[in-house]
Design a protein around this ligand. Structure first.
Ligand code: FE
Length: 192
């Protein structure tokens, strides 16, 4: 964990990542990284999801910026596990309802491809490419284990918002729109 990161500095730390790195390309999609995460959050917000689910959608790919292995490239032949990097970064500050959605948003794609026949056809070409790096659709045993996660429904929702947040033409509020909401979730979790 970053030793300078505290419940009081966490939101500014994340805001800084959005500001400095948000314009980077998102996995060969027609949106930047910040547009992608802001769109995912917006879909959660429009669906009147709880703050934790909105925050999870907003921060689900934060590990792309903080992984020691760097960001994803379409030339990758191995997965970089940005979902674990993100979950580890957030875990001291955000509750499991958020961190489980972040940690499992990649597995959720493998889960949905195994359990919903129409889901694979909705994936973008870049998402199909990473699916193969990530292990392809889940086996029956993996599906059964995944369904034991108490946050399964939230994890699936965040995955669907993630998949939707790839629109070249969508306007969203800026990161600042969510700053107070994130701080409130941090404070509830950390007792601030
Ligand atoms: Fe994503």
């Amino acid at each position: 964990m970053n030793p300078k990161l505290t419940p009081a500095t966490f939101v500014a730390f994340v805001a800084d990542i959005f500001a400095r790195r948000g314009d980077e390309e998102y996995l060969g999609e027609p949106v930047t990284m910040s547009q992608h995460m802001l769109q995912a959050a917006r879909f959660a917000e429009q669906a009147k999801q709880p703050d934790e689910v909105i925050v999870a959608a907003l921060l689900h790919d934060i590990g792309h910026f903080t992984s020691e292995f760097g960001t994803y490239s379409p030339d990758d032949t191995e997965d970089r596990h940005h979902e674990d990097a993100g979950g580890d970064l957030l875990a001291p500050f955000l509750p499991p309802r958020v961190t489980e959605c972040v940690r499992h948003h990649v597995a959720a794609k493998r889960y949905l491809c195994a359990t919903r026949p129409d889901y694979f056809s909705k994936l973008s070409p870049a998402s199909v490419h990473t699916l193969s790096l990530q292990g392809g659709p889940m086996s029956a045993d993996e599906v059964a284990a995944f369904e034991r996660n108490p946050y399964l429904q939230d994890i699936i929702k965040v995955r669907v918002y993630d998949e939707s947040g790839k629109r070249a033409d969508m306007q969203t509020p800026p990161f600042a729109h969510y700053a107070e909401m994130i701080q409130a979730v941090v404070d509830r979790h950390c007792g601030g």
